[in-house]
Ligand binder design. Structure first.
Ligand code: KG4
Ligand code: ZN
Length: 339
C-alpha cells in the first residue's frame, strides 16, 4: 500500500510514433498493456507521419477499450489519465493528447503529461515477477529509433542526460544498415535474426570517434554502404556474418560508452531501455560486461523495450504521488527533452 489510503489506478496512452498503446496500472503493477502496431509504413521504408496520425485515430478507442477490459476494471475505478506529451511526431502525439483531454473531462479525473524518454527509463520500475528493479541511482542506456542517450537516474523524477548521439540514433543505424542490405523497415529485428547465425568478428567496421560519453552513428552508416558496394560478394555469400558484424559494431560501441559512464560516475547498476534493448546481442553482451566487472545488469522484459503504454503508466504513477498533474491547456511537445 502507498502513502494514500487507497490504490492508485491510472489509464496511460502512448502515441508518440507508430504504435498506439494503452495500459492500466494499479500502483506499480501493470494490469494490462495493449498495443496496435501499424503495418502500413513497411512499404515506405520508414514511418510516414500523416499515415501514423490517421492510424492512431482509428486504433485509439479499441486499444483503450481492450486495455480497460483486460485489466478487469471499470472506467469509474480510474483515478487519472496519462499520455505522452513528447518527444515524438506532432500528428501522432496530438491524437493521444486530445483523447486524454476528452477522457479526463468526461470522467472528471486529472491528467498527467509524461516524457517518453523518461518513461523508457522508468519501465525498469514496473513490478512484476519477470523483472528486477534497480535502486537509485542507476545508469540507463536508452537506445531507440529516435534517440540514444546515457541517463544518470538519481530518482524517479530526477534524471540527467550525461551522453547522447550527436547525429543518428542506434536504432536508426540498425534500420539504415538493414535498408542497405535490402531488408524491410524496421530492419533492426531482422538484423538481429540473421546475426544469430553469423560470425560477429568476420568483418570489421570503423568505430566512430567522439569524445567523452557522446556517440555518433552517421559515419558508420556511410562506411557500411561503401563496404557493401565494394564487397558485393560478402553480402551475397556471408549475409549472416555481415549482419552479425555490423550488429557487433553498434552494440560494442554503445556498451563501451556505458562502461565509460559507469567508471566515471562510480555507478554499478546498469540498465538498457528502448527498442534496441530488445536486441538479443546487446542483452547478452550487457550481462557479460556486468558479470566481468561485478556490476548489476537490468534488462527490460520484451514488452517494455519497444514503445508501450506500460512505461507511460509507471512514470505517471510517480508523478501522481508527486502531485504532478497538468490541465487542459497542455500541448504536445515534439522535441521535449529530459530536464
Ligand atoms: O523505442 P522504439 O520502439 O521507438 C522509438 O521510440 O524510436 O524503438 C524502435 C527501434 C527501431 O529502430 C527498431 O529497428 C529497433 O528499435 N529495434 C531493434 C530490435 N527491436 C527493435 N533493433 C535491433 N534489434 C532488435 N531486436
Ligand atoms: Zn520510444
Amino acid at each position: 500500500m502507498n502513502q494514500y489510503s487507497k490504490d492508485i489506478t491510472i489509464l496511460a496512452i502512448e502515441s508518440s510514433c507508430d504504435d498506439t498503446s494503452a495500459s492500466i496500472i494499479r500502483n506499480k503493477t501493470v494490469l494490462s498493456n495493449e498495443t496496435a502496431g501499424q503495418k502500413i509504413h513497411e512499404q515506405y521504408g520508414g514511418v510516414v507521419p500523416e499515415l501514423a496520425s490517421r492510424a492512431h485515430q482509428q486504433n485509439i478507442i479499441p486499444v483503450v477499450e481492450s486495455a480497460i477490459n483486460n485489466a478487469g476494471i471499470s472506467k469509474s475505478q480510474i483515478d487519472a489519465v496519462a499520455f505522452t506529451k513528447g518527444p515524438g511526431l506532432m500528428g501522432s502525439l496530438l491524437v493521444g493528447v486530445s483523447f486524454a483531454k476528452s477522457f479526463a473531462q468526461s470522467l472528471a479525473i486529472p491528467m498527467i503529461d509524461v516524457n517518453h524518454m523518461k518513461a523508457h527509463v522508468l519501465a525498469h520500475m514496473i513490478e512484476s515477477p519477470d523483472q528486477k528493479n534497480p535502486e537509485f541511482p542507476f545508469l540507463c542506456l536508452t537506445v531507440s529509433g529516435g534517440h540514444t542517450q546515457i541517463v544518470l537516474v538519481k530518482s524517479p523524477m530526477k534524471m540527467e542526460v550525461i551522453g547522447s548521439t550527436i547525429d543518428d540514433a542506434a536504432g536508426e543505424a540498425f534500420d539504415k544498415a538493414a535498408k542497405i542490405l535490402g531488408l524491410p523497415y524496421p530492419g533492426g529485428p531482422l538484423i538481429d535474426k540473421h546475426a544469430k547465425n553469423g560470425d560477429p568478428f568476420m568483418f570489421e567496421f570503423p568505430k566512430p570517434r567522439v569524445d567523452g560519453l557522446n556517440m555518433s552513428f552517421s559515419g558508420l552508416k556511410t562506411s557500411f554502404l561503401y563496404f557493401t558496394q565494394n564487397h558485393p560478394e560478402a553480402v551475397d555469400q556471408n549475409f549472416d556474418d555481415v549482419c552479425a558484424s555490423i550488429q557487433h559494431t553498434i552494440v560494442s560501441y554503445t556498451l563501451g560508452k556505458l562502461k565509460k559512464a559507469a567508471k566515471k560516475h562510480g555507478i554499478t547498476q546498469l540498465a538498457i531501455a528502448g527498442g534496441v534493448s530488445a536486441n538479443s546481442y546487446i542483452r547478452t553482451e550487457l550481462e557479460k560486461m556486468c558479470k566481468k566487472h561485478g556490476w548489476d545488469a537490468f534488462i527490460p522484459p520484451f514488452q517494455y523495450c519497444t514503445d508501450n503504454a506500460g512505461m507511460i503508466a509507471i512514470t505517471a504513477h510517480y508523478q501522481y504521488l508527486a502531485n504532478d498533474f497538468c490541465d487542459l491547456s497542455i500541448k504536445a511537445s515534439p522535441r521535449l527533452a529530459i530536464t
